[in-house]
Design a protein around this ligand. Structure first.
Ligand SMILES: Nc1nc2c(ncn2[C@@H]2O[C@H](COP(=O)(O)OP(=O)(O)O)[C@@H](O)[C@H]2O)c(=O)[nH]1
Ligand SMILES: [Mg+2]
Length: 458
């Protein structure tokens, strides 16, 4: 979503924006934030201090205030704190007003500030201001969003690491290494007869390979990073009566889905969240696979398939036998072969169960194999044997990291074939990608894309 045209003052500050910084809902307190040039003028119309005439002049201290309507009546009372830019969250003057946590009240307070000259903020606009004012680089801004969205302790750690600048420092160091190589290549172009050139070529190529490899593995950590921040959607599919709903209940830890020996019991898609190892997993239980004359069951099967297409991991639940693989199972295995999936044979407690050797096996009745299944789910989500390495959770970051890595590889190849000048050009292009990554090159469309997914008030 594009941010509306802003009137920007000579110091680069934007117009006054306002938004609730806490979620819509009933709570003890809610926070309304404002920032921008001309903040005092807005506050002067809306805030009435209990103990001081102009609470906005009492910088950095929470002051008791009434939020006053245009009729002079108090809408609510609360605390207001004003911070003066540039040493603030946005780099501009900021005011935080705490009121009672009623969504209707919050709406009235925001509306009142708008009447007094503020503008409702766009998603992420506060953080965007911080980037525009040089208070945050783009990597840290994305980390703010990750800290807010994280669904697991690992996701929180990842976001916090981004905020602390670890990722930015790693990227800066890489940039410097590439700049050094470009400088060396430019020197070659100026002094082509340098006798050391050949020997140095090997060292340069090794340096570039190392940079490319490191960035590629960082870029590829995106799947694990995203799983930790956003969680993972896992859909259970399989023939009727394989035990999908029973396994679903086992994983969720409570009898959430209906289980019955009657085939076709599950019709609607049932969704529940559970914690599996380090991850928050959203499990989807679907209607069993079979051709049916019942239009409601058929609609359930179709809905299930749509949601399955949208999930990160597919858990194919088959009966542990004894029986040969039938057509329904064969078709299901073929249909999901390209997807990230786990095949589990359920019902190993039954007499004569004959699951294939080495397969993942469970009993939803005794709980056998559940732990192994949970571990396999975590691995399938890409969060296998992770140590404390740095991860990225933004697709934008992944794409740019992989582009820089590819440019480094191409530059190495060009050294032998197309020549040093081409290598230098490719690396200069790579530096452009790095600048886009960190936000050193803050193009409006890049900022639009990054902040569109933020929540309003952040
Ligand atoms: N013995 C045994 N029975 C199971 C197991 N899992 C499910 N069942 C039974 O199989 C029937 C169908 O189970 P359900 O979870 O509704 O299957 P779904 O159609 O795949 O969702 C029920 O009677 C369950 O009690 C298992 O691991 N062992
Ligand atoms: Mg079921």
């Amino acid at each position: 979503m594009a941010v509306a045209a802003r009137s920007v003052s000579p110091d680069g500050w934007g117009d006054v924006i306002v938004a609730a910084a806490t979620p819509h809902g009933h709570s003890a307190l809610a926070l309304v934030r404002l920032t921008g040039r001309g903040l005092d003028e807005v506050l002067r119309q809306v805030l009435r201090g209990h103990h001081t005439a102009r609470p906005w002049e009492d910088v950095g201290r929470a002051r008791r205030v009434d939020v006053v309507g245009s009729d002079g009546q108090a809408i609510d009372d609360g605390l207001a704190t004003v911070f003066r830019g540039p040493a603030t969250a946005t780099g501009e003057d900021v005011c935080e007003v705490t009121v009672h946590g009623n969504p209707l009240l919050v709406q009235l307070v925001v509306q009142r500030f708008v009447e007094a000259g503020a503008r409702p903020a766009q998603p992420g606009e506060f953080t965007r201001r911080a980037v525009m004012q040089g208070r945050l680089d783009l990597l840290s801004a994305e980390a703010v969003d990750q800290v807010i969205r994280a669904t697991s302790p690992g996701g929180l750690r990842l976001g916090r690491a981004g905020l602390s600048g670890v990722l930015a420092r790693r990227v800066d160091a890489t940039r410097q290494r590439i700049v050094d190589v470009v400088a060396e290549l430019e020197a070659r172009l100026d002094y082509p007869a340098d006798e050391l050139a050949l020997e140095n070529d090997v060292a340069l190529c090794e340096a570039l390979h190392a940079v490319g490899d490191a960035l590629r593995s960082l870029g590829e950590s995106h799947r694990a990073g995203q799983a930790l921040v956003d969680g993972v959607r896992v859909a259970l599919v399989g023939p009727v009566n394989a035990g999908k709903s029973s396994l679903f209940n086992r994983l969720v830890g409570r009898p959430r889905a209906l289980v019955h020996a009657t085939p076709g019991t599950t019709r609607d898609v049932v969704e529940a969240r559970c914690r599996v190892g380090p991850l928050e997993i959203t499990l989807l239980d679907t209607a069993g696979e079979r051709s049916t004359d019942d239009p409601v069951e058929a609609a359930g099967v179709a809905l299930g398939q749509e949601l399955v297409d949208d999930s990160d991991v597919i858990l194919v639940v088959l009966r542990a036998g004894p029986h040969a693989v039938d057509d329904v199972e064969r078709e299901l295995l073929e249909r999901t072969v390209e997807r990230r999936r786990l095949v589990v044979y359920n019902g190993v407690d039954r007499p004569h169960a004959t699951p294939p050797e080495g397969a993942l096996c469970t009993s939803a009745v005794t709980g056998e194999g559940l732990e192994a299944l949970q571990k396999a789910l975590v691995r399938a989500a890409g969060v296998g044997s992770m140590g404390d390495e740095l991860l990225v959770a933004s697709a934008r970051q992944r794409d740019l990291l992989l582009r820089v890595a590819a440019a480094c590889d191409a530059a190495v190849e060009a050294m032998d074939v197309a020549g040093v000048a081409v290598s230098a050009d490719l690396l200069t292009e790579a530096l452009g990608f790095i600048d886009e990554l960190t936000g050193a090159d803050t193009r409006e469309d890049v900022l639009d894309a990054v902040f569109a997914r933020f929540c309003i008030g952040k």
